[in-house]
Design a protein. Structure first.
Length: 229
């Protein structure tokens, strides 16, 4: 049996369908919310960038140590100077120089020469006393104002010592005390002779240090590693 192929049917033959119309692009109007939103975002970006640049370049006057400040030292106009610096968000950590210098403030810790004076280094009182300590041994240039040292007492050997008697051992008088002043010519290295150090001794160690100064022996000053601030 033979089948003849059927003739293909023409789709939608005889039907009148409308042709698709091409869409037209319309020029955006200033009333278009998308345009308004874009302009607002651009304006905010420009304003924020300008504020960041301005804040980063803004300087403020603060007080700077004019020489090393040591614990117990009163803060006076002669011990500080003014400098304009860029601090950004850290402005509130340091003593501002656009206001009168506060009265009755003392230094609580060492502030190096040229260092910004932090508010945490100032207070109403410091429990330290300045003690003059004569030192007969040589001193290096590491021992200067602001240095941190340990005080040791080395007893003198007795004139007559019994056989087998123990040699008197040095003992610690005070640890981590701050040197306030060194009485040496031009701050040079002292090899021979007696030098007077003014050290800031805490109140609880004061009796021990004063008693040692009147005993038969010498006081040795030992710099603390990394203690020159």
């Amino acid at each position: 049996m033979t089948y003849a192929p059927a003739a293909p049917a023409t789709a939608a033959q005889g039907l009148d369908l409308p042709e698709p119309a091409a869409g037209r692009l319309r020029r955006p109007s200033w009333r278009d919310p998308r345009l308004v939103t874009g302009l607002v975002i651009v304006a905010l970006s420009i304003g924020l960038g300008s504020w960041v640049v301005s804040a980063a370049s803004r300087t403020v006057p603060v007080f700077v140590a004019d020489g090393a400040l040591t614990p117990g030292e009163p803060l006076t106009a002669g011990s500080v100077r003014t400098a304009d610096v860029r601090l950004g968000a850290g402005t509130g950590r340091y003593l501002p120089a656009d206001e009168p210098l506060p009265a009755d403030l003392v230094v609580l810790r060492v502030v190096d020469d040229g260092e910004l004076v932090p508010l945490t280094a100032l207070g109403a009182d410091a429990d330290v006393r300045s003690v003059a300590v004569p030192v007969a041994s040589g001193l290096s240039d590491r021992i200067q104002a602001g240095a941190v040292v340990d005080l040791w007492f080395v007893p003198d050997l007795p004139v007559t010592r019994e056989a087998g008697a123990d040699r008197p051992e040095p003992r610690t008088l005070a640890k981590d005390v701050v040197v306030e002043q060194v009485d040496a010519d031009d701050g040079a290295i002292v090899v021979d002779g007696t030098v007077t150090l003014h050290v800031l001794v805490p109140g609880d160690a004061l009796p021990t240090v004063l008693a040692a100064l009147s005993d038969a022996g010498t006081v040795a000053v030992v710099p603390v590693a990394g203690g020159v601030r």
